[in-house]
Design a binder for this molecule. Structure first.
Ligand code: MN
Length: 197
């Protein structure tokens, strides 16, 4: 094995100060199907964190505007450090002075299917991410259907675009990031999570 994929995650955090999970070593989830989570994170600026279970960790992207169900929208998605699997159930408030300080909500979660193919062959997730061309079908409570994550540009700080694929779950009118503001884990709003401490 190469280096610990969670080293960056742990280096950025002081687990005596943040309620976030230190996490175990990379490991498979309990479900057969890999999980995804979209967390709403009110840090220095409000954004959503999309995380996909890949090879025992959560591959992560910060999506400033969150997902759109309209295939015409291209939402910026900035790759961030791998998170431990346990993070998918993290909800709470990170102290303001700590890394990522602010309130975090489990806005949506479920399982996903890797649907990326090349010349009729399935492309493993790690390879699809490496190639900057991810295609997944999400099965969540707020967000479902095909999404593409396409890398744009090169360099040390790659960026991606998160785009809804044109399928039966595409919807130009429904805007879940505006209208569905409660945690799928606890039913709480951001304010309630913050108040609960
Ligand atoms: Mn975040």
């Amino acid at each position: 094995m190469g280096q610990d994929p969670l080293a960056t995650y742990r280096d950025k955090r002081d687990f005596d100060k943040t309620p976030e999970p230190a996490g175990k070593a990379p490991h498979r989830g309990g479900n057969k199907a890999p999980i995804f989570v979209i967390q709403k994170h009110e840090a220095s600026s409000l954004h959503y964190d999309l995380r996909l279970e890949v090879d025992g960790v959560l591959k992560s992207w910060a999506v400033p505007k969150g997902p759109s169900l309209d295939p015409a929208d291209k939402r910026l998605a900035v790759p961030t450090e791998d998170h431990p699997l346990e993070y998918a159930e993290f909800e709470g408030t990170i102290p303001a002075e700590e890394y990522g300080g602010g309130t975090m909500m489990v806005w949506d979660t479920g399982t996903y299917e890797n649907i990326k193919q090349q010349r009729g062959q399935a492309v493993p997730m790690a390879e699809a991410i490496e190639n900057g061309r991810v295609e997944v079908r999400l099965s969540g409570q707020k967000v479902s259907g095909g999404f593409a994550l396409v890398r744009t540009g090169k360099g040390a700080k790659p960026r991606c675009l998160l785009i809804k694929m044109n399928d039966e779950h595409a919807d130009r009118r429904r805007k879940p990031t505006s209208t569905e503001n409660e945690s799928v884990l606890s039913g709480r709003t951001m304010k309630q999570i913050e108040r609960d401490g």
